[in-house]
Design a protein around this ligand. Structure first.
Ligand code: FES
Ligand SMILES: [Fe+2]
Length: 374
């Protein structure tokens, strides 16, 4: 059942999906304090493995130092080069690609070619800037803030359910795609099932009835839980779930930790998705996809896992691509829109998301004023 019985105000104005000022406020107030899921532990399994990202206008490098994951600004203190331009790799030492300065696990300089040329040594300008790294299940999160709250505290209610991203579920694929739209369009699309018959007509056909749907709505997190509609291919899936030693729950859960981290779960899969603004009207959508492996071992369980993985991955990718086709049109509509918009009861999680954005960027007083006007 939905919480609200009447339609809700579309709190965000169209210009808040296009303006530079809003984008800057969101980067500062919503994204700077947030944790960002970027990778899985197996991406960085061996000492020396590294990944680089352009995260919220900040180039970062995450690396395995003797079994411990560390994140640094991917910028050298010598003459500002990126340490590496490679998206991923493995190196014995962390060395800048330009003049070969080396850095240890603390981000301090090690070997420097022709070090005498830098006497007296400028200690204050010799360290890499470091960022916090923590994991939830197998997912590696990074925070760009100075003194972040611990990941567990930040995730709050989703910490526990997201522990099994890893565990019984094994990483199968990572997708990343840039879209010509504001990040909130992607996030809001993930918060409602209303678009299913139009956007996914062949994949799902219908959305769940209200009596089979439950929303949980809080300040920092919302969830949607439903019994999947009968046309979803559940029978073969249920057989595989039992073969892999998991109980069949036959429940779809979608959770979001505002502003931008979502987790979707079905018995056969887990998907963690995160959308990053890359400009006022552009974003990057990153998906970490896991399929059920379960605790059971032996040839039948192995064969079931190997069979399930590509099918589940293909279905999830199809849904990802179908949603991807709508975002550009929504952005173009917003640019030209004379309307104030409206949110239906099935879309009520969007209202809570917009409240979070409004509160975070403008402060509580202006939110009250906006509510009074409604
Ligand atoms: S810029 Fe990195 S070593 Fe020179
Ligand atoms: Fe969708």
């Amino acid at each position: 059942m939905f919480t609200n019985q009447t339609h809700l105000q579309h709190l965000l104005r169209p210009d808040q999906y296009t303006s530079e000022e809003q984008y800057r406020a969101e980067l500062r107030h919503l994204f700077q304090p947030a944790w960002h899921p970027l990778a899985v532990k197996s991406d960085l399994a061996r000492p020396g493995d590294f990944l680089t990202f352009d995260l919220l206008e900040t180039p970062i490098l995450v690396r395995n130092f003797g079994g411990e994951l560390r994140a640094f600004l991917n910028v050298c203190p010598h003459r500002h080069s990126r340490l590496t331009d490679k998206p991923r790799g493995n190196t014995e030492r962390l060395r800048c690609q330009y003049h070969g300065w080396e850095f240890n696990a603390e981000g301090r300089t090690g070997k420097i070619p022709d070090a005498r040329a830098f006497r007296p040594w400028d200690r204050d300008n010799s360290c890499l800037r470091r960022f916090a790294v923590e994991t939830c299940g197998d997912v590696v999160f990074v925070n760009l803030g100075e003194n972040p709250v611990p990941l567990r505290e930040w995730l709050g209610a989703v910490w526990e359910p997201w522990q099994d991203y890893g565990g019984d579920y094994r990483h199968a694929a990572t997708w990343e795609k840039d879209f010509p739209c504001n990040w909130k369009i992607v996030l809001e699309n993930s918060l409602e099932s209303y678009h299913i018959p139009e956007v996914h007509p062949k994949t799902f056909k219908e959305y769940s009835a209200e009596e089979n749907s439950w929303h949980e709505l809080t300040d920092t997190f919302t969830s949607f839980r439903t019994v999947p509609p009968s046309d979803w291919p559940t029978r073969a899936g249920n057989w595989m779930v039992r073969r892999l030693g998991r109980p069949v729950e036959n429940m779809y859960w979608h959770r979001v930790r505002h502003p931008h981290v979502t987790g979707a779960s079905l018995d056969v899969m887990r998907i963690m998705q995160c959308v990053f603004p890359t400009g006022p009207a552009t974003c990057r959508y990153r998906s970490l996809f896991f399929t059920l492996r379960g605790a059971r071992r032996g040839p039948l369980a192995w064969a079931t896992y190997r069979f399930l993985r590509p099918i589940a991955t293909a279905v999830a990718k199809k849904v990802f691509d179908e949603d991807g086709r709508i975002y550009g049109g929504v952005q173009q509509g917003l640019v030209a829109s004379p309307h104030r918009g409206v949110i239906g009861t099935r879309e009520e999680r969007i209202f809570h998301f917009q409240e979070y954005v409004t509160r975070g960027c403008r402060g509580p007083r202006e939110l009250t004023v906006a509510a009074d006007r409604a």
